[in-house]
Write a protein that binds this ligand. Structure first.
Ligand code: PLP
Ligand code: SF4
Length: 349
């Protein structure tokens, strides 16, 4: 979920949430995590789509394995080869196409690195690459190309990260990103926030996570207790790309997160064949709001090798965004942006 401009800092897509001494016996969510579907053919069989096997890419699947929680699979439409949730996770032959402009190695951003797992790129904000693990592997994600880097902020008990933040009074917001920061055990997260609580210049904590939507089991009592006890206002940015990603379990998880006082926002990526219509984008905004989540950003795709089949041209993106603005209340219209390597923020389109 961190910007594509920081390849040197990309963590490994771990197969399981990081082991943690405090997490014994394993919480329910960790079991749901481990039971994720990892075999593309099994996924197709579950959906009655065995016929799609000829579109699978074993090469793509071995470079960046399929991973999708069973609860997320349950929200896919049975028998629909164009299902927008399936398309986000299925490793397909399209990924092997070489397309000019789609780089294996995006422009480096090493200068923004402030400490182990800390990116100091956005003004006033420190972004922590908390962990490399994700509960779902999204085919459009730049992370697919950086499976071996392991520099995460949690790796050394957060020491480097906390020291870097403490040393810079200009930082008033800490952003937990990844990978997926909620892949860490709650005790591990508490270890960080206990240390951060002593830093007087921090005003806000932000968490970017796909877990409340793809694995709502993660929103359990210890997580909620941790959030409630934090000394700062908290923003949680969900990463849902389609209205169908929401169901009653997700609504309940998001409602509980909101009950802690956190502000819930959504950041989506504009993806061809997933959400590139006014209807899909409007449904995403209104469905997210029904669940207590305010639309925040609609991102143009990072131009990463293997993702060209997801790209929506800028002109079409602007047209969709204008149509969305004409249709919805202003607060339901996300900002259309692109991440530009080297910039100190997102660039509006
Ligand atoms: C864009 C982005 C940020 C920071 O930018 P804001 O404009 O403050 O939201 C942080 N984390 C992630 C994952 C982002 O995509
Ligand atoms: S959850 Fe998906 S989009 Fe986010 S970092 Fe992991 S693979 Fe990428």
């Amino acid at each position: 979920m961190i910007p594509a401009a920081s390849p040197a800092l990309q963590p490994a897509p771990a197969a399981a949430p990081p082991a943690d001494a405090h997490a014994f016996p394993p919480a329910g969510w960790q079991r749901a995590w481990r039971e994720a579907v990892r075999d593309p053919r099994e996924l197709l069989a579950m959906l009655g789509l065995d016929g799609l096997a000829s579109t699978l890419s074993d090469e793509a699947a071995s470079a960046f394995p399929l991973r999708v929680p069973r609860g997320f699979v349950a929200r896919m439409r049975h028998g629909d080869p164009a299902d927008p949730l399936l398309r986000q996770v299925l490793p397909v032959l399209d990924e092997a196409r070489i397309v000019p402009g789609f780089a294996l190695d995006a422009v480096g951003d090493g200068a923004a690195r402030a400490a182990r797992g800390v990116i100091r790129k956005y003004r006033g904000r420190a972004l922590l690459v908390a962990t490399g693990a994700c509960a779902v592997h999204c085919r459009y994600c730049f992370r697919r190309h950086f499976p071996y880097a392991e520099e995460t902020a949690a790796a050394d008990g957060w020491r480097d990260a906390v020291a870097a933040i403490a040393a810079d009074p200009a930082i008033d917001e800490v952003i937990l990103s990844g990978g997926d920061p909620l892949a860490l055990a709650t005790a591990k997260l508490a270890e960080l926030t206990d240390a951060l609580a002593a830093i007087p210049h921090l005003r806000r904590l932000r968490i970017h996570s796909r877990l409340p939507v793809v694995l709502p089991e993660r929103v359990d009592a210890p997580l909620l207790a941790w959030l409630r006890a934090l000394p700062w206002p908290v923003a949680i940015v969900a990463h849902a790309n389609h209205a169908n990603e929401f169901d009653a379990g997700v609504d309940a998880a998001l409602g509980e997160l909101r009950g802690t006082g956190a502000t819930l926002l959504n950041q989506a990526v504009l993806l061809r064949g997933v959400n590139d219509s006014v209807e899909a984008l409007a449904a995403l905004s209104t469905r997210a709001f029904d669940a207590g989540v305010l639309p925040y950003y609609l991102h143009q795709l990072d131009r990463v090798a293997g993702t060209a089949h997801f790209e929506v041209a800028d002109a079409r993106a602007r047209e969709l965004h204008a149509a969305l603005a004409a249709r919805l209340s202003g607060y339901l219209v996300p900002r259309l942006v692109r991440e530009v390597p080297g910039d100190s923020g997102k660039r509006p389109l």
